[in-house]
Write a protein that binds this ligand. Structure first.
Ligand SMILES: [Cu+2]
Length: 119
């Protein structure tokens, strides 16, 4: 009984902190292209939308072989709700975007998404 109670309190605390944290810091809402989408042409824009401004400190675009493609960004490393960057014209293949950022509350954030270009 004591063990069960302790577990219950721990769970409530964990959920409580989790919910508070989720409210406090920015999170990724949508991506461009959409995660997992198959495109028939090179996308003009690579981007992420956040619910609150995020300072994107690092963003990389790599193909299935680990080759990195340069992204042309315009945010000047300032916090933005909509991050976007222009990739070069990409050949057919699978691509992975990885990003790291600093939320307005100071929490380091990271994420990734992928898409495919096929014909
Ligand atoms: Cu946070």
């Amino acid at each position: 009984m004591l063990l069960k109670t302790a577990f219950g309190v721990g769970l409530v605390l964990a959920l409580g902190f989790g919910a508070q944290d989720a409210v406090a810091h920015a999170k990724k809402e949508t991506t461009q292209p959409a995660d997992g989408i198959v495109l028939d042409a090179s996308p003009p824009t690579i981007g992420m939308t956040f619910d609150k401004p995020m300072r994107v400190t690092l963003v990389s675009l790599t193909d299935a072989d680990g080759r990195t493609f340069e992204l042309s960004r315009t945010d000047n490393m300032q916090p933005v709700s909509e991050f976007s960057a222009a990739p070069p014209r990409l050949p057919m293949g699978r691509y992975l975007i990885k990003w790291r950022g600093l939320a307005a509350d100071g929490h380091p954030m990271q994420g990734g998404f992928s898409f495919e270009i096929s014909k």
